[in-house]
Design a protein around this ligand. Structure first.
Ligand code: HAM
Length: 410
């Protein structure tokens, strides 16, 4: 026998049993977002590599370590998309969407790819549902987006979700703050972990995320961006908070929130679900006013978020209903063809029906009927039919001629 081929490390097959939860997440996202005026957008699974190096940022871990990048037959460098925001902005620019009434509100779902160390809730191919509102700097947009993310997880019934809110200030304020943080870190270099020390110039904010004790002690006294917010940045953050208060959405201010992507300015937020352990972040997003111009478009403010479908499915656990047919047909040897004909007729009438297709014994078929989760079982044979209610166990004889009619009527 030849050796078995397995799915690549960190990827998974979503088998039929996983589909009801996945479908419910996508359907609920569509319902919540489309009733708020978001239109669906689909973009390619791969893009020019430069879109992400420029958009997501050279200094980020996503770009430095996690991209699946390859050269195509024409010698172009392409990358499997690690996230959706850069692609949506590319499409906004490419299709001249700045000419449409602003903001343009878009949502998406699909596969994303990051070469991360696989663990529970962290995959190399995963699914996101995302929303982006492009073309307005109003705090109303930030608030609307955050409320929608909150309503989506609430409507799905995800329990124990916590909303963390922060602000990174404007691009200029952030640059000034980063200089201040860098010189603070240089002043305490001896106490910092090696990997933090090495990233002072490239990405000093990451120091807030370090698990190293010495680093944590230094960071407890570090200047915090949220305390440096001034003028319009401070007003903007206060406005977003007031709008969330008014909408009755509870949140916690996180003064040291670090997002893994470089394009954020002003509002940032994350949704965490504590029950999930290390990979507790079920979603995240924020404002990214500089991204469209960085990608060659006109200066355009924008904000958005994305939620991880697999993490939400994990958080929902057994809450997700299993797939079940409503009728299972058990057939005696001479009635197998009649069973298939009945299944076809029922399916045409919109009833989910299944039957044995592997020549099982009557006993084996009854077991299969049990396992299928069907509400009713039809037992065909000898020119008559028995109809059994699987919950009550009640069974009665029904004339074969009126069987389909009876099943479709009730
Ligand atoms: P992100 O925080 O990098 O943001 O990813 C959003 C969500 O995708 C995470 O909260 C997590 O639930 C899920 N996720 C990320 N990586 C993995 C993985 N390896 N395995 C499983 N799930 C994962 C973004 O991607 C931004 N584009 C969000 C955004 C939209 N910001 C503005 N607009």
């Amino acid at each position: 026998m030849s050796e078995k081929i397995k799915a690549p490390r960190g990827t998974f097959d979503a088998l039929p049993g996983a589909q009801p939860a996945r479908r419910r997440i996508e359907d609920t996202a569509r319902a919540v977002l489309e009733r708020a005026g978001y239109g669906r957008i689909e973009t390619p699974a791969f893009e020019e590599t430069e879109l992400f190096t420029r958009g997501v940022g050279e200094a980020t871990e996503v770009v430095q370590k996690q991209m699946f990048t390859f050269t195509d037959q024409g010698g172009r460098s392409l990358t499997l998309r690690p996230e959706g925001t850069a692609s949506v902005c590319r499409a906004y620019i490419e299709h001249g969407m700045h000419k449409l009434p602003q903001p343009v509100k878009l949502w998406y779902t699909g596969p994303f790819f990051r070469h991360e160390r696989p663990q529970a809730g962290r995959f190399r191919q995963f699914t996101q549902v995302g929303a982006e509102a492009i073309g307005s700097d109003s705090p109303l947009v930030d608030a609307e987006l955050i409320v929608l993310a909150w309503e989506l997880v609430s409507e799905l019934g995800v329990e124990g979700v916590e909303l963390r809110l922060g602000s990174l200030g404007s691009v200029e304020a952030r640059a000034a703050y980063l200089e201040e943080l860098r010189s603070y870190l240089h002043g305490h270099e001896q106490q910092l972990a090696k990997e933090v020390r090495e990233r002072i110039e490239l990405n000093p904010l990451r120091a807030f995320d370090s698990a190293d004790e010495g680093t944590q002690a230094v960071m407890a006294g570090a200047p915090r961006l949220l305390d440096r917010l001034e003028g319009p940045d401070a007003e903007n953050f206060a406005a977003v908070r007031a709008l969330l208060d008014k909408a009755g959405v509870p949140y916690e201010v996180d003064p040291t929130m670090v997002r893994g992507l470089d394009y954020y300015a002003r509002t940032v937020f994350e949704l965490h679900c504590e029950g999930l352990g290390a990979q507790s972040q079920v979603g995240g997003g924020g404002r990214y006013d500089g991204l469209i111009s960085q990608l060659g478009g006109p200066a355009t403010p924008a904000a958005g978020w994305a939620l991880g479908v697999e993490r939400i499915a994990l958080a929902l656990g057994e809450l997700a209903p299993g797939a079940a047919v409503s009728v299972f047909i058990v057939a005696a040897e001479d009635s197998r063809e009649a069973a298939l004909a009945l299944a076809i007729e029922l399916r045409r009438a919109g009833i989910a029906a299944d039957l044995d297709l592997a020549s099982r014994s009557a006993k084996g078929q009854m077991k299969q009927a049990d396992r299928s989760g069907a509400e009713r079982t039809v037992i065909l044979g000898d020119g008559e039919a028995q109809l059994r209610d699987m919950r009550s166990g009640e069974q009665r004889t029904v004339p074969v001629e009126t069987l389909a009619e009876e099943l479709t009527a009730s």
